[in-house]
Design a protein around this ligand. Sequence first.
Ligand SMILES: [Zn+2]
Length: 351
Amino acid sequence: MNKFLHDLRDCRQWTDEELTSQLHKTVARERDCLVDLLVRLGEFDRRSLSLTKGYPDLYEYCMRSLKYSRSGAARRIAAARAGRKYPSLLVMLASGELSLVGAAMLGPHLRPDNRRRLSRAVRGRTQEEVAQLIAAIAPQYAKRDSIRILSASNSAIEDRSSASAAISISPLVDAGVASPIDSAAPGGVVANPAHESKKRAVALYTASITITQETRDLLKRAQEVLRHQAPKGELDPILRMALELLLDKFDRDRRKPRAGRPSKRSQGRSSRHIPEAVKQEVWKRDGGQCTYVGEGGLRCSSRACMEFDHKKPFARGGRSDSPDNIRAMCRAHNQLLGRLEFGYPPGSSYG
Ligand SMILES: [Zn+2]
């Protein structure tokens, strides 16, 4: 019989004391397992093995290969990285003085000059208390941005791109003076354009974001300038317009092909600069997706933070004006190849 079925049967026979004792022993084993996991994950990260296996980053590896949820992956990665840098966190985790969530929250804020003080401050604290401590030292990080679905029609599952969103914006630190942004609707929630959602039959999302004073001022000004398009200062149409303009400028999938003669900068075989026409051809050929293929044959799925990479490095005589020598590559894999080819330090790209 399966061990777990044995356990299920046996634990019903235990006395209350035996059950309590077994429960505590199991929790201790679970903590040991967690620390073992974080140590291994930290070393896996240090070796960049998720990249060499064809994943765009460690988060994707944790979700797709290790089957963690997004938040589960994020917590373990943050704790593993912090534990690698400050092993005393792992000792606290193993003893139960700090939870995984606490370590993940605290990790990014630890520095050599504050680690002792903060470690002492969080020891034995609850998750909420650790969160309060983090909020006190780094208010800008205390509130996580989030987008969650509010309601969805059947068609919305197929067409998420046309979803409408309501965004609540309220000052996190400075109460300030009431503004159109703050007082757009009770609780700062902007009304959803119901007439549009009826026409399009889409999902609705609610988003909560933490923004700086500068962003708030820009939004406030956009509400004033775009009063014709958004009479009540609704943020959804304003954000949609801003994002359309932004993506028209930066998203190669949306850019119109530019014709014309190559610029002087791109002429000649000796230039490192990749001509725009070559970029367009390569982007189309590679589908705007990273072309790195990992050891097991897995092609990287990333379409974010994309760069153009010389297959034969420019420094070794590779051409910039031939699409055959250029490929689309995410920054992480471009950097990985740079480290393998030239021994560049982490964080630098090469082409
Ligand atoms: Zn990649």
